[in-house]
Ligand binder design. Structure first.
Ligand code: DGJ
Length: 716
């Protein structure tokens, strides 16, 4: 990588080149109004009488039949009446803080195969241009919004105090918001709250979120899983982000989101631009299932890195839970030998392999192999592992440094810090300031050397500390508060450069578990580590949420000895939980007896037989663990000829003891082919798809912490 630079500030004034018409975006005869449609949604924009661009409420596409003026500003700004949460807040060189936008130009173009509407507006007096882009994904029922702001003047910087990615407004109604938040070990907990007059803000201020920027808004009381209106969205950004749900007294809700400008500003010099990340907005009439169908399919089919997008994911072994920092060649080889015997395909050494890394107090930053643990280096071990027929992967945490490391001793100024202020450590580590070019070059060099010198096929990229002390004292004063934006841009650039150079390497995204999972990471990493909590019961809940929003082939799940609640679940149960995504094993398998090995071998073989459907199929959450004492997941392949149903029993109550036991035991499957006949493994007789969907079957299961996987196959 020759140069990594702060490219978002270097754009030029927009010039349109590609012109593409499409049914998804129609321009009115006057050339100053537009209708956007997806499968279910319609969105109208027009130039208003005051010259700016307004939008109508976002929702059912039939609304487009009703003539009505677009009344909400497409780019709400600070200026004039404060009727909405602004997307744009600036200070001009003379101190004026209000913006007045007017329409200048528009074009329909194509971006990565999808139609996009670009609208240019300019301030009526000052040299500020803003281009808003709306990319339409009709089959996913989604639109993507982002904006670029440019200083078109000749002198003086425009201070950007806030620039969000996109805003939509919902028609008047009573609404409930569901979002996903959490803490370490308990990621993606769904939270539902009524929206009342005022603003509900969800935000990240320290680069870590154990939740998601994905959200759903539904009319209050509507909770049919398979039907009903849902507005949803997600932000493609991995730094600090913010979502606002702003409800007026009248009942309309504005949803607006983007980078979090808390303690952040960008000074745009003449000719410079700032482009926001993309914000996804969607609308479905198919309840939460419709949201999953849109978001997860979109991520699986269009977002995950192209290099491996279609590839079946390997079965992994990861050494973290078996060894923590106590790694050496002999034990790693012993683990690999057993892993191979069980059917594992990729062996990953986790933390602990590099210089001085005897515990979490030292070593981060010194990315050379620890010769005390591996006297001959990594190479001979990797060769032996490869000779067993296993691919090899390795853990790194590039963005961090321990103060007790050669790197920090040589470059104490490479971390985020303020002069005269404490450097706040977390897990005995500090965060490198990736906004610095020299830091990026250093990281690029050590990772690319590692990959060039060793046959490494998998990188687990960890990030364990939250961002503190976000100072960049050596940067010009007027650039210092843009440091977080620069950091994220350089992180993306670094990963992209590495992936381009080493296209065969798989990348896993980890941040003390699921601390940094979003669509932007997903476009650069093949997998996510969703949680350090590998207790299978907790995992059922975490996975239920994850699979609501993201695809199963991006979710790594290991079988480990962890049993956080002393429930003593069986090994079979643990495997069944981990088989709902990309299967991994994390036990010290050298200690296993023949019985454990037999179970693992059989389970891994079973996983390989179903993984095509698990990894590439659509996931239907038939019963959520939040609803009762079970979790049932159905994965169906595209042809609808094969489905796999995971049934997890979390409790067993005597008949008639609870309302739940008085309900029908029949489980209705989803989205099979109604006329096809299906045989369910372990259940007598074949049934039509219509029967399975409308009447349902009883899965023969008893007892708490019991699980079974049922393969459903179409019969001729
Ligand atoms: C945190 C990760 O989430 C774990 O899986 C493991 O890689 C440790 N870091 C290693 O330090």
């Amino acid at each position: 990588m020759k140069t990594i630079f702060f490219y978002i500030l270097l754009g030029l004034t927009t010039s349109f080149s590609v012109v593409a018409q499409s049914n998804a975006i129609k321009t009115g005869d006057d050339g100053k109004s537009w209708e956007i449609t997806t499968h279910s949604a319609g969105y109208r924009l027009e130039v208003s009488s005051s010259g700016g661009v307004n939008a109508a409420y976002y929702g059912n596409r039939l609304n487009l039949e009703r003539p009505g003026r677009a009344t909400v500003s497409e780019i709400p700004v600070r200026g004039g009446y404060v009727s909405a949460t602004p997307m744009l807040e600036v200070v001009f060189p003379d101190g004026v803080r209000d913006v007045e936008l007017e329409y200048k130009a528009s074009e329909i173009t194509a971006i990565d195969g999808y139609p996009a509407l670009k609208i240019v507006q300019c301030d009526k007096f000052y040299p500020l241009e803003i281009t808003s882009c709306i990319r339409v994904l009709p089959e996913y029922d989604m639109i993507e919004k982002w904006v670029t702001v440019t200083n078109t003047g000749k002198k003086g910087a425009i201070r950007i105090e806030n620039l969000l990615s996109g805003s939509v407004s919902l028609p008047k109604d009573a609404y409930e918001l569901t979002h996903y938040s959490g803490v370490w070990g308990y990621e993606f907990v769904p939270q539902t709250t009524k929206l009342t007059q005022g603003t509900k803000t969800i935000q990240v201020k320290d680069f870590k979120s154990y939740g998601s920027s994905s959200f759903m808004v539904r009319p209050e009381g509507e909770n049919d899983k398979y039907a009903g209106k849902v507005w949803f969205g997600s932000l493609s950004y991995s730094g600090n982000w913010r979502l606002d749900f702003d409800k007026s007294f009248a009942g309309n809700v504005q949803i607006v989101g983007g980078m979090n400008f808390w303690d952040q500003e960008v000074n745009l010099k003449p000719g410079q631009s700032l482009t926001t990340p993309r914000m996804l907005f969607g609308y479905t009439e198919q309840g939460v299932e419709g949201v999953t169908m849109s978001l997860a399919s979109y991520a699986r089919e269009k977002v995950l890195p192209v290099a491996h997008r279609e590839q079946i994911r390997p079965v992994l072994y990861n050494s973290w839970y078996a060894t923590t920092f106590n790694v050496n060649e002999e034990h790693q080889l012993a683990l690999a030998r057993v892993a191979k015997e069980l059917g594992v395909e990729m062996f990953v050494i986790d933390d602990g392999w590099f210089k001085g890394r005897v515990n979490d107090k030292a070593g981060l930053g010194d990315w050379t192999v620890d010769r005390n643990k591996f006297p001959d280096g990594l190479k001979p071990m990797i060769e032996k592992i490869n000779a067993m027929g296993l691919d090899f992967g390795i853990w790194i945490e590039p963005e961090m440094v321990n103060p007790n490391s050669d790197l920090y001793r040589a470059h104490p100024d490479w971390v985020f810090h303020f002069p005269n202020r404490q450097r706040h450590e977390g897990r005995n580590q500090l965060m490198l300031n990736l906004a610095r070019e020299d830091v990026c070059q250093y990281l690029y060099k050590y990772i690319s050397d590692l990959l060039k010198e060793n046959n490494i096929k998998f990188i687990k990229w960890d990030m364990n500390k939250v961002l503190t002390d976000p100072g960049f004292p050596s940067a010009p004063t007027d650039e210092q508060r843009a440091v977080r934006i620069k950091y994220v841009e350089n992180l993306y650039r670094l990963v992209e450069t590495l992936r381009k150079e080493f296209p065969e390497v798989w990348f896993e995204n980890c941040s003390s578990g699921g601390g940094r999972i979003d669509l932007a990471m997903m476009s650069r990493f093949d997998f996510n580590w969703t949680s350090d909590n590998t207790d299978p019961v907790d995992r059922i809940f975490i996975q239920d949420s994850y699979l609501t929003l993201f695809p199963a082939n991006s979710m790594i799940s290991w079988v480990t000895h962890e049993d956080w609640h002393r429930m003593e679940p069986s090994l079979e149960f643990k495997f069944d939980v981990s088989m709902a995504g990309v299967l991994g094993v994390g036990y010290d398998i050298t200690q296993w007896d023949e019985g454990q090995k037999k179970i693992a071998t059989e389970k891994i073989a079973q996983y390989k037989a179903i993984r095509e459907t698990v990894q590439k199929g659509n996931v239907y959450r038939i019963v959520s663990p939040h609803e009762g004492n079970r979790s049932i997941l159905q994965y169906t392949d595209k042809s609808q000829k094969k489905a796999v149903v995971f049934v997890y029993q979390l409790a067993e109550y005597p008949a008639n003891s609870t309302t739940e036991t008085q309900r029908s035991p029949l489980v209705k499957l989803r989205r099979l082919s109604p006329d096809a006949r299906y045989q369910i493994e372990g259940i007598k007789d074949a049934y039509s798809g219509k029967f399975l969907m409308e009447v349902g079957v009883e899965f023969p299961m008893r007892g708490a912490f019991k699980s079974r996987i049922f393969v459903v196959s179409a019969v001729e």
